[in-house]
Design a protein around this ligand. Structure first.
Ligand code: HEC
Length: 398
């Protein structure tokens, strides 16, 4: 067993790497979608002579940049020897993401992956399901893309597939792990699209051009389709990556529907931006995305005291009343002197040794014990519903 301190450092370094590579990848992806959609067609004779499809001027970092797009490579000269590919950003995002998933949800399976009130899985079974879901997610998506040719039908099938996956994961894992696994499947699909479809297609095209043969258009069309999917997946995946900070989303009793709604909002907002680059300004899409988020926010708002207990006022529960509950269930980890065998230092520096500390963190205590119910961690001290209700009443009376 590694000490929690060492695990924290591993997690810090891997997460840092994951964010850096993810920014590089999604940043490049946003840039190229933007670039492609802003290209201006060039004069017909230039296009014919040099093979330029469109171009664009930009100013950045103390100089001017002139980008030209050649669909089939330059017509008046050879392809340059050095081509930049933009693929390692994607691969490293996936590698670091899988390392992080392994560290947090496989190594920490009993705390973070498995919730025995959802499914009483052993750690090995949970990890096996995690791996299988990620691999199958890609295989099924890829097979569907290769069979269904109608774009809209394909889009609809992918939406249904993601919804099903989302629901299924909520039947297997803790809510938070279910969220992250939807993200892991989508992220894996995005990277596999780059590795198995987009890059090989580009390699074939480059090889044909270098050999002086007319390139086969099919891999290009397939690659374009997968790029479009990747573009729409970006905002949903980015939300999922930060979702573990927001137990109000995954901790809701219909967490899978909350996720489905937020993913749809992300897609709508991304579609709006992509279309806007091409001059089609349809703010209704953007507004629809925001409205959807607003509706979700209203629907998942925490219940008021009246709604939860049916009475408008209770005898006030004081902080002194809940101190014994906190001492019994929380301070093994959240204390200056932890007694937990794994968490040798208070997780996230959160300590409940004094009344002041408890009161200062009241909203978070309420959130994690009453709303998302993911504290105590994995309910390792078997906190009861009555104790949670007591904390709820304490919080409501403040
Ligand atoms: C077995 C150890 C353990 C126990 C027991 C435990 N926690 Fe935690 N707690 C953690 C870990 C690990 C984290 C950090 C990961 C996370 O946020 O889920 C954490 C995070 C938190 C946070 C989030 C702080 C933030 O800034 O977001 C709160 C609040 C919290 N715990 C409250 C509680 C309460 C209240 C109890 C008792 C009812 C409790 N915890 C019992 C391990 C524990």
């Amino acid at each position: 067993m590694l000490s929690a301190y060492i695990v924290d450092w591993m997690s810090l370094l891997i997460r840092w790497l994951h964010v850096i590579t993810g920014i590089a990848w999604i940043g490049a992806s946003f840039y190229f979608v933007w670039l492609d959609n802003h290209l201006k067609p060039v004069a017909a004779d230039v296009a014919k002579r040099r093979g330029v499809h469109g171009d664009l001027w930009a100013v950045h970092g103390g100089g001017f940049y002139h980008s030209e797009k050649f669909l089939l490579g330059p017509q008046d000269r050879e392809l340059p020897a050095q081509l930049h590919w933009f693929k390692w950003e994607a691969y490293w995002t996936w590698i670091s993401g899988m390392l992080l998933l392994g560290l947090v949800y496989w190594y920490g399976a009993t705390s973070f992956l498995i919730d025995s009130s959802v499914a009483a899985l052993s750690p090995v079974a949970g990890i096996a399901i995690s791996v299988a879901v990620i691999a199958l997610g890609w295989l099924i998506y890829d097979a569907v893309c290769r069979t269904i040719t109608h774009e809209l039908a394909l889009g609809a099938i992918i939406v249904v597939f993601v919804l099903f996956l989302d629901w299924l994961l909520f039947q297997l894992f803790s809510a938070r792990a279910a969220f992250i696994h939807v993200g892991a499947v989508l992220g894996t699909i995005m990277v596999a699209n780059v590795l198995f479809v987009i890059i090989p297609g580009q390699q074939q095209m480059v090889a044909a051009i270098r050999a002086g043969k007319p390139p086969d258009p099919r891999p290009g069309i397939q690659g374009k389709q997968r790029s479009v999917h990747n573009t729409y997946f970006t905002l949903p995946v980015l939300f999922i990556m930060i979702s573990s900070h927001y137990p109000m989303t995954y901790g809701h009793s219909y967490g899978w529907l909350v996720l489905a709604g937020i993913l749809c909002a992300g897609v709508l907002i991304r579609v709006y931006f992509v279309q806007r680059h091409t001059g089609k300004n349809r703010p209704v899409l953007f507004i629809a995305g925001l409205l959807l988020l607003a509706v979700i926010a209203v629907v998942i708002r925490p219940a008021s005291l009246q709604e939860r207990t049916g009475v408008a006022e209770l005898d006030p529960v004081t902080t002194a009343d809940i101190v014994p509950v906190i001492q019994q269930h929380c301070t093994s980890c959240h204390s200056e002197r932890t007694t937990d065998v794994v968490f040798l230092a208070a997780p996230m520096g959160v300590m409940f040794d004094t009344v002041d500390q408890i009161e200062a963190l009241a909203p978070k205590i309420y959130q994690r014990t009453v709303v998302s119910k993911d504290m105590p961690l994995a309910n390792n001290t078997s906190m009861t519903e009555d104790e949670r209700a007591l904390i709820g009443a304490w919080y409501a009376g403040r």
